[in-house]
Design a protein around this ligand. Structure first.
Ligand code: NDP
Length: 249
């Protein structure tokens, strides 16, 4: 069987930049029509849309704050109304607001938990009924190795990413009988805007802790997501795939 996403319709939250952008383009390269959401980066999202259309696929670029359940329902409805179905959701939108626990504000905690974890509930819940009607679907939630191992200075982020793993396994159990699969991809250190602000010393430390000895690139995460989106992973659900160069091994 060849890996193909022909005739599949996909949504990637936070598809304007970084890992989400690479995922959206990779899904389109394998034949899917892809909608992306973004929070603020309208121009960047428009560029991604053009790139996907250049591949001969349909694309929607939609401004939608991932924390808003009502908006998530609107986004999914728009895709189903216009394209007939929603086959794949990639919950990728995420932020960091790092601080030591003693210094962390309630706002820093709430913002990260809401953006990273509630957003996954929002889109997974909104997609459930259309996927049931469609007799199947695949949800891929982007966690992080720090959701497995924890990280000093990232208690809010680690909690959100660990929460994604528990949520995904529960969702997978609830919806398996409807042929809806749910899996997690947990990246390690990947070069994007999110990690671009780390200083050289921290960066070197991360590389030293990574058995493959280098940072990953967004396309390497996109490849794992593409596999989980496709029928080549049809018997895989509730799984966590690390894409981390062996970091959390
Ligand atoms: P970036 O900061 O490069 O991109 C984040 C994306 O999420 C942007 O498209 C952004 O939209 C979108 N976004 C942020 N907040 C919201 C919101 N409230 N509503 C809708 N969209 C939103 O991050 P990365 O590409 O590095 O990270 C992508 C995912 O991968 C995140 O979940 C992150 O936690 C995870 N991850 C990243 C790792 C890394 O090393 N980079 C490692 C492990 C996990 P806009 O452009 O409009 O701001």
């Amino acid at each position: 069987m060849n890996l193909t996403l022909e005739d599949k319709t996909c949504l990637v939250t936070g598809g304007s930049r970084g890992i989400g952008k690479a995922i959206a383009i990779r899904l389109a390269e394998f034949g899917a029509d892809v909608a992306i959401t973004y929070a603020r980066s309208a121009d960047a999202a428009e560029e991604v849309k053009k790139e996907i259309e250049g591949l001969g696929r349909k694309c929607k670029s939609i401004q939608a704050d991932a924390v808003d359940l009502g908006r998530a329902e609107e986004v999914i409805s728009e895709i189903v109304d216009d394209w007939g179905s929603i086959d794949v959701i990639v919950n990728n939108a995420g932020i960091t607001k790092d601080n030591l626990i003693l210094r962390m504000s309630e706002e820093q905690w709430d913002d990260v938990i809401t953006t990273n974890l509630k957003s996954v509930f929002n889109y997974s819940k909104a997609a459930a009924k259309p996927m049931m009607r469609n007799r199947g679907g695949s949800i891929i939630n982007i966690s992080s190795v720090v959701g497995i191992s924890g990280n000093a200075g990232q208690s809010n982020y680690s909690a959100s990413k660990a929460g994604i793993i528990g949520f995904t396994k529960s969702y997978a159990k609830e919806l398996a009988s409807r042929n809806i699969r749910a899996n997690v991809v947990a990246p390690g250190y990947i070069l994007t805007d999110m990690t671009g602000e780390l200083d050289e010393k921290v960066l070197q430390g991360i590389k030293d802790e990574t058995p493959l000895g280098r940072a990953g690139n967004p396309e390497e995460v996109a490849d794992a997501v593409t596999f989980l989106s496709s029928d080549m992973s049809s018997y895989i659900t509730g799984e966590v795939i690390r894409v981390d160069g062996g970091m959390a091994m």
